[in-house]
Ligand binder design. Structure first.
Ligand code: X2X
Length: 341
């Protein structure tokens, strides 16, 4: 069979020759030129550093692969909620997906360990752990399934609690509070141990859950509270820094293995380099957002972190999760966080 000409390709797609087809032509030309089209989905708004750096990454891949690889980005849960998208990644309907290690924990429980409450003191220890032994341990578990994680985890940020009616100042303020948490056993367990009433809600529904007061509050890093416009439907923000969260850049093994080795290297380098830039963007954004969000009407409260941590020690939270993760993995975590007690 002769190669398909661009004209017959467009005809096959049912695109008429006149009018709108002209406007569409450049896009088709690019799609037709790429030998490999890969779909990357995420849950964040287009303005979040994850999507800004992902766009740069896709452009670099297109250029270094001389147009052979086209990575299409679907931000904002366009392809479905995190829960849906994880299924699509596993089946290969989506090729790449960035996901919190804790939500990935619904499929691979061991992945949650980096999200332990009040564990990491600073970014230095976060990157030492995730680029070191703890990250290697988790990537090994992920790689034992139909998906894999690229080497460099992307930055979510340290998380803060926002509420509508009253600020969280002390641990007891969480008692009985209906709080949205992402779908994940570790998240639910932690806020239950504070006496709250955590509700698992995918990020795609968080804004409307807050707006309609289905839940009273939620928790996220400032960069997500800002880009997701959650400040519009919340009044208070308590700087609890209660956990660090990230996003593993995940791939479907079968679809990635279809790329020749040289193209795999191009994609891998571009993704891991973008991660390093995105990490710094998020750190800077989180540092600079407080006054901006105050201007938007959010009232900030600082808390005594030690009181919150003590409550989790008392409830048996750390002892319970040490059992679930196993002694060895726990020791690996504590190598970077110090004794969690
Ligand atoms: O769902 C959330 O709150 C978010 C966006 O922070 C995660 O992806 C865990």
């Amino acid at each position: 069979m002769p190669p398909i000409s661009r004209r017959s390709f467009l005809q096959a797609l049912g695109v008429a020759a006149a009018g709108p087809a002209l406007a569409l032509a450049p896009r088709f030309a690019r799609a037709a030129a790429a030998e490999f089209t890969l779909r990357y989905a995420n849950n964040l708004p287009a303005s979040h550093p994850t999507n800004v750096r992902a766009k740069e990454m896709a452009a670099r891949v297109r250029s270094e692969s001389k147009g052979r690889v086209d990575i299409q980005i679907f931000p904002n849960n366009q392809l479905g909620s995190d829960t849906d998208t994880l299924s699509q990644l596993r089946s290969g309907a989506v090729d790449f997906f960035t996901l919190s290690p804790l939500i990935l924990g619904t499929y691979i429980p061991a992945a949650q360990i980096s999200g332990m409450g009040f564990a990491f003191k600073d970014y230095e220890s976060v990157w030492a752990a995730l680029d070191g032994g703890l990250g290697a341990h988790v990537r090994k578990q992920i790689g034992a399934t139909s998906i894999f994680a690229f080497d460099k985890i992307w930055n979510g940020g340290f998380r803060q609690i926002t509420t509508a009616e009253k600020p969280i100042v002390q641990p007891k303020d969480l008692q009985g509070m209906k709080l949205r948490v992402p779908p994940s056993p570790l998240w639910t367990s932690m806020f239950k141990d504070f006496g709250a009433s955590p509700a698992s809600v995918n990020f795609a529904e968080v804004y409307s859950a807050l707006q309609t007061h289905v839940v009273e509050g939620q928790e996220n890093p400032l960069s997500i509270i800002y880009t997701g416009k959650l400040y519009e439907v919340q009044k208070y923000c308590s700087l609890t820094n209660h956990m660090w969260d990230g996003f593993w850049f995940l791939g479907n093994k079968d679809s990635f293995s279809r790329l020749p080795a040289d193209l795999q290297t191009i994609v891998q380098n571009a993704i891991d380099d973008a991660a390093l830039k995105q990490r710094q963007d998020v750190i800077q954004m989180d540092q600079n957002l407080r006054s901006k969000l105050e201007g938007d009407g959010l009232k900030f409260t600082e808390v005594d972190q030690a009181a919150f941590r003590k409550q989790l020690q008392k409830s048996g939270f750390y002892a319970d999760w040490q059992k679930r993760f196993g002694r060895e993995a726990w020791a690996l975590l504590e190598r970077y966080t110090g004794n969690l007690g």
